[in-house]
Design a protein around this ligand. Structure first.
Ligand code: LLP
Length: 414
């Protein structure tokens, strides 16, 4: 069903978006459960290897009700903070299905995670030494930085000269250290970045991990991370999931046939599973025309902005913006769509062609299901929006309340 126009009105999961906005107000995040399910099943279906598992990357959207959707589909969880692990446990992910991949991890972080029984993915020699000092022996996996990566923006590349992972020159030292301490390395992991369009990068990474895996007797899984690119703009490339599944399954099947070892293959996408299933609804507040002698510029102001969806301001990311009601034969203008935060950089779209809108009209920012709410803030003391999900059966459910003044001042000792 997805997100589409029916008789000129935008619908999500079969429900008109304006009706949902009337009920719950704006700004509002709305998610479509059936689209999430479809993305998950698409991904699963692309892999023939029978020990393939998907870990949902909680950071993309950590609402517990979204976590539960993926738990019920049979996913495990990729968590990057102790609280993501704990909320994952509240969503009923069994500890053995949770992989904690932190960075600049403190002893307290490791204690909290170890207490839950989730597996710690160690990413530096200093973390490994502290792990040994804290727990003696145990089971871990190792996050490796293979020296290359990719992504939509330089901020989103994690392979190469970045803070992430153990470098290849440190692998021998890490394996020896672990062996000497009786620490079992049951997994090898890498995550190369976010927004990778070339499946061959994953194939290369998998071959490298498997080469190292041959030297580890107790190894149980290899994990090539997430980062699968989706297309935010019609012409932009996305990752070819079918080719990814085919090539990685082929590599694993060959490895199994030549070594007799049937390791688990893990991937940990966030964006691919949730981005396109979510929209951010806003209402037009202002229309302004700034004229100078040689140009005129339109600004369309809306009741949301960088505190609710920071991707455009932070990465120059493109999000499609569409009217909730299509007007017949409406003229188009080119406008900057701007938010309600006190920053010049609070621009949701630069020079975008849109149907002429007027104050009070509803617009939708598309592909906002990943890294939208999860990166939101209370900047300018603006409350975060509510979140709503349209269930498979068309039921509309509030899954997080809009914040209030009380929420914002809680903890300020007043
Ligand atoms: N695994 C690890 C260890 C990660 O660090 C990440 C993302 C993922 C999996 C999932 O990546 P995905 O499949 O969602 O691309 N805020 C940025 C994205 C940052 C991603 C950080 N790590 C954005 O809005 O595009």
């Amino acid at each position: 069903m997805g997100i589409l126009y029916v008789d000129g009105t935008l619908t999500i999961g079969g429900v008109p978006v304006n009706e949902i906005a009337e009920t719950f107000g704006t700004p509002l995040y709305i998610y479509d459960e059936s689209s999430m399910r479809e993305s998950f099943l698409n991904l699963r279906g692309a892999f023939t290897y029978n020990r393939f598992e998907v870990l949902y990357a909680a950071k993309a959207n950590s609402n517990i009700h979204i976590l539960k959707v993926f738990k019920d589909l049979g996913a495990g969880l990729d968590a990057v903070s102790p609280y993501e692990v704990l909320v994952g446990r509240m969503a009923s992910f069994p500890p053995e299905s949770i992989l904690f991949t932190g960075n600049s991890v403190s002893d307290d972080d490791m204690r909290i995670v170890a207490n839950t029984g989730a597996l710690i993915n160690v990413e530096s020699m200093s973390q490994l030494r502290r792990y040994a000092a804290l727990f003696g022996n145990g089971k871990i996996s190792l996050r490796l930085n293979l020296g290359y990566g990719g992504g939509y923006h330089s901020y989103l590349v994690t392979g190469g000269k970045t803070k992430f992972g153990l470098s290849l020159w440190e692998v021998n030292e890490a394996l020896k250290f672990a062996r000497d301490r009786g620490i079992e390395v049951i997994g090898l992991h890498t995550h190369m970045g976010s927004g990778i369009t070339d499946w061959k990068l994953y194939q290369n990474a998998l071959l490298e991990l498997l080469k190292i895996a041959e030297r580890i007797e107790e190894i149980e899984f290899v994990d090539v991370g997430g980062g699968f690119a989706i297309s935010y703009r019609g012409s932009d490339p996305s990752l070819d999931i079918l080719s990814l599944g085919k090539s990685l399954s082929g590599v694993m099947e060959k490895y199994r046939d030549s070594t007799g070892k049937e390791l688990k293959l893990l991937v940990e996408p966030g964006r691919y599973l949730v981005a396109s299933s979510g929209i951010l609804i806003a209402r037009v507040t202002d229309i302004k025309k700034v004229e100078s002698s040689d140009e005129s510029t339109y600004f369309v102001g809306v009741d949301t902005g960088m505190g609710h969806l920071i991707r455009p301001a932070l990465y120059g990311a493109y999000h499609e913006i569409v009217p909730v009601k299509l007007a017949k034969d409406a003229a188009e203008i080119e406008a900057h769509i701007v938010g309600n935060y006190c920053e010049s950089g609070d621009v949701l779209a630069h020079g975008r062609k849109i149907q002429v809108v007027k104050e009070g009209d509803l617009i939708a920012l598309l592909d906002a299901g990943a890294y939208g709410y999860s990166m939101s803030s209370n900047y300018n003391l603006r409350p975060r929006p509510a979140e709503v999900i349209v269930r498979d059966n068309g039921k509309v459910e509030l899954i997080r309340k809009r914040e209030t003044l009380e929420d914002l001042v809680r903890g300020m000792f007043i």
